[in-house]
Design a protein around this ligand. Structure first.
Ligand SMILES: C[S@@+](CC[C@H](N)C(=O)[O-])C[C@H]1O[C@@H](n2cnc3c(N)ncnc32)[C@H](O)[C@@H]1O
Length: 190
């Protein structure tokens, strides 16, 4: 596997730290990077920064096509570590870190009229259905949503998976990656 960035490589040398902070498995992170790179998403929103391992992958992809990443986490301590890593990778300008409870921050972004072409969900699994409602208000037709943990936390995500899979507002694919991803495209249906 190619080295994407020395900062990512260094983080990957401390597997215990990545695991302790619920970071994506390496293979899933590479998928996230490639998806963002191929999709050339301009305005990305991540729910669940932790120490910034996934954010580094999104930011690196964004840096190739002048995109931007906004990322939310309730933990200021973990986000401070993410800020440090992004700084080391010279990617700080590509990322806006928002600290706070995801549901409050999402409501505020929605109320500001923000819209995105890509949303990555990786926070509290029991809240995914609520995150989905915000995503539906902030993603136009053609935009993409990726939700983590469909293999590792499938039961906790059952309502979300059921809802998005049957909805005419989404075209979906359940991906069998290490943690499991639900990949979805917003359709033209309201
Ligand atoms: C699985 S980790 C994110 C891992 C990160 N995406 C990565 O792969 O490097 C989940 C993060 O979501 C945050 N989180 C969980 N529930 C949240 C909530 N309701 N609002 C904001 N952040 C939340 C936690 O603080 C934690 O840092």
């Amino acid at each position: 596997m190619n080295v994407l960035s020395p900062v990512i490589e260094r983080l990957e040398m401390d597997e215990a730290r990545l695991k302790a902070n619920w970071s994506l498995p390496r293979e899933d992170a590479r998928f996230l990077y490639l998806l963002a790179r191929l999709g050339r998403f301009q305005r990305m929103l991540e729910v669940g920064t932790s120490i910034g391992y996934s954010t580094l992958h999104l930011a690196l992809a964004a840096s190739h096509h002048h995109g931007h990443v906004t990322t939310i986490d309730a933990s200021t301590a973990r986000q401070a570590q993410a800020a440090e890593h992004l700084g080391e990778a010279r990617l700080s300008e590509v990322v806006t870190l928002l600290s706070g409870d995801a549901l409050s921050v999402l409501a505020s972004l929605r109320d500001q009229g923000q819209s995105y072409d890509f949303i990555f969900l990786d926070a509290r699994k029991s809240e995914y259905v609520a995150y989905l409602a915000y995503a539906e208000q902030m993603l136009p037709a053609g935009a993409v949503l990726l939700a983590d943990n469909t293999r590792s936390h499938r039961e906790q995500m059952a309502d979300f998976i059921e809802r998005i899979t049957v909805s005419p507002a989404w075209e979906t694919s359940d991906l069998d990656t290490p943690n499991g991803f639900l990949l979805a495209r917003r359709t033209e249906a309201a």
